[in-house]
Design a protein around this ligand. Structure first.
Ligand SMILES: Cc1cc2nc3c(=O)[nH]c(=O)nc-3n(C[C@H](O)[C@H](O)[C@H](O)COP(=O)(O)O)c2cc1C
Length: 182
């Protein structure tokens, strides 16, 4: 079985990154499902947060209702977020464009190798430089009536496909030394 590349275990309090760059420029891959059962899917994400919730390390992801990956998030309780070296930017653009619903081998085609994560059923990736393993704690769809900035509704949701917001408790982080606070 393929293994995750040798990454350091990182305690959440020692985890360090340029959060805006990682989400906004580098992007992350969100994977959900069960690696052992060979039932999983993944997609690129660029909108989300790292932080603290309910006195524990947490991440928030935002997933539109039409994403195939959302079906796995509804069926399985864990997910991973992975970052990749710059060489994989094209791969992330690809799996952020193609849906696993229509192209079941999209990860393979993009050159990403799913592997078992350390603590959760959702897969990690052999090529990743950072893997954050999470368990879903809260999931709910945004509602148009709750937007205080109404311009966002027209600009971001012309089809009223409001994001499903998922808060996940961080269970494990592994990464290269770049993600470790000195
Ligand atoms: C850079 C980038 C960032 C993205 N960020 C998000 C995101 O945060 N939430 C989301 O729902 N879709 C996002 N997408 C779109 C999904 O990755 C895309 O629709 C993908 O094909 C869904 O795959 P799936 O249907 O197999 O789940 C992003 C795409 C790209 C290229």
């Amino acid at each position: 079985m393929e293994k995750m590349r040798q990454l350091n275990d990182i305690e959440p309090e020692m985890f360090c990154c340029e959060s805006f760059r990682v989400w906004g420029d580098n992007w992350l891959v969100l994977a959900a499902g069960d690696f052992e059962q060979k039932k999983f899917n993944a997609m690129t994400v660029g909108w989300g947060f790292f932080g603290t919730m309910w006195a524990a390390p947490a991440v928030t992801i935002m997933v539109r209702p039409q994403r195939y990956t959302l079906e796995f998030l509804q069926e399985y309780d864990t997910f991973t977020l992975s970052a990749f070296p710059a060489a994989y930017r094209g791969a992330l653009a690809e799996i952020g464009k193609v849906s696993g619903r229509e192209v079941p081998d999209k990860l393979d085609r993009a050159g990403l190798t799913p592997v078992a994560a350390r603590r959760v059923a959702a897969p990690a990736f052999r090529e990743a430089e950072l893997v954050i393993e999470c368990r879903q704690a809260y999931r709910d769809a945004m509602a148009g009536k709750n937007f205080l900035d109404k311009s966002l509704v027209g600009r971001m949701y012309p089809e009223r496909d409001f994001h499903v917001m998922i808060i996940g408790e961080v269970l494990h982080i592994s990464g290269t030394a770049d993600y470790l606070k000195l």
